[in-house]
Design a protein around this ligand. Structure first.
Ligand code: DGY
Length: 319
């Protein structure tokens, strides 16, 4: 029997799976685990299930000890994990691709609609008990039909967002490191373009690329200036892909029309200027937040850890 540390609260189904074969030490606190407590608990662990709020680096891996076999992230994004440090120590790192694709694409599209149809502004008027009545020119938004969605990062979530765009009558262009399956591209009517062209032709730009040194501030002042002044930016990927200060300036000055953000550069902090702007919809990292999806993510992470502990290949290793 091995010792598995779970660094935050996850759905019971995952804990039950792990408990059949192993001793499980799961953090149950209402807040995220503190770094000190995390280091104390991982000492002697054979497997660690991590949440994206916990940093997995050389210090943590060394504190855990040489018996540590696997770090199973309960997230598809793994910018919280130093994958090279895991590799150097022979620790397998895994993530949870696939199971959160549809939920995240739903939130991307929800933000597209919130931003273009000014739903947050409308809700705030009602909640603030401001006077209002139907009017021909009251809170006019922008329709999506016949407009172009530019998708940056055409993996599973980008493709699922493109599918939704097609159902809304939008054209799709995408920028991606590699060409997607030609059948999928044909089904979506999606055309691969360079980022410059995507920014210039899109009415909505939606970000779905992974975060890393290559995508840090991929969207900054220059890229925002290259967008149409009537365009919207949506980010459900990772906050630091966008230079938040530059975005706030662009939204304030009318360089672009609006934005929808699920992720932030310094989560859970939000740039104070964004909080003052009406033309940005803000939601607190809810991309995968459905009961079904979080259960699937946690059980996939448990399956990854269990496989490695049995000496088998995990279902979804990183890299
Ligand atoms: C992920 O899995 O990377 C998501 O951001 C979690 O919601």
């Amino acid at each position: 029997m091995s010792r598995v540390v779970v660094t935050g609260r996850v759905p019971d189904a995952a804990i039950e799976k792990l408990r059949v074969e192993h001793e499980v030490d799961a953090w149950q606190g209402p807040e995220s685990i503190s770094r000190d407590e995390l280091l104390r608990r991982v000492a002697g662990a054979d497997a660690i299930l991590t949440l994206l709020t916990e940093r997995v680096d050389g210090e943590l891996l060394d504190t855990a000890g040489p018996q540590l076999k696997v770090v199973a992230n309960v997230a598809v994004g793994y910018d919280n994990i130093d994958v090279a440090a895991c590799r150097e120590r022979g620790v397998v790192a895994t993530n949870t691709p696939g199971v959160l694709t549809e939920a995240t694409a739903d939130i991307a599209f929800a933000l597209i609609l919130m931003a273009t149809r000014r739903l947050g502004e409308g809700e705030r008027i009602i909640r603030d008990r401001q006077p209002w009545k139907w009017g021909m020119f009251f809170l006019l938004g922008t329709g999506l039909q016949g407009k172009t969605l530019g998708i940056v990062g055409m993996g599973g979530i980008g493709q699922a967002t493109a599918r939704r765009a097609k159902a809304f009558g939008m054209d799709v262009v995408y920028q991606s490191r590699s060409e997607i399956d030609p059948d999928v591209a044909a089904e979506l009517g999606a055309r691969r373009v360079a980022l410059d062209e995507l920014l210039a032709v899109s009415d909505v730009v939606s970000l779905h690329c992974p975060y890393g040194p290559a995508t840090h501030h991929l969207i900054g002042a220059e890229q925002l200036s290259a967008m149409k002044s009537s365009a919207y930016l949506v980010n459900t990927a990772r906050g630091p892909i966008v230079d938040e200060a530059a975005l706030a300036t662009a939204l304030r000055d009318g360089t672009i029309a609006g934005a929808g953000l699920d992720v932030f550069e310094r989560e859970p902090e939000v740039h104070p200027e964004l909080l003052e702007l009406g033309n940005v919809a803000l939601v607190p990292h809810l991309g995968s937040a459905t009961i079904e999806t979080r259960t699937a993510m946690a059980t996939l992470a448990a399956d990854n850890a269990l496989a490695v502990l049995r000496g088998e290949l995990p279902p979804t290793p990183i890299g």
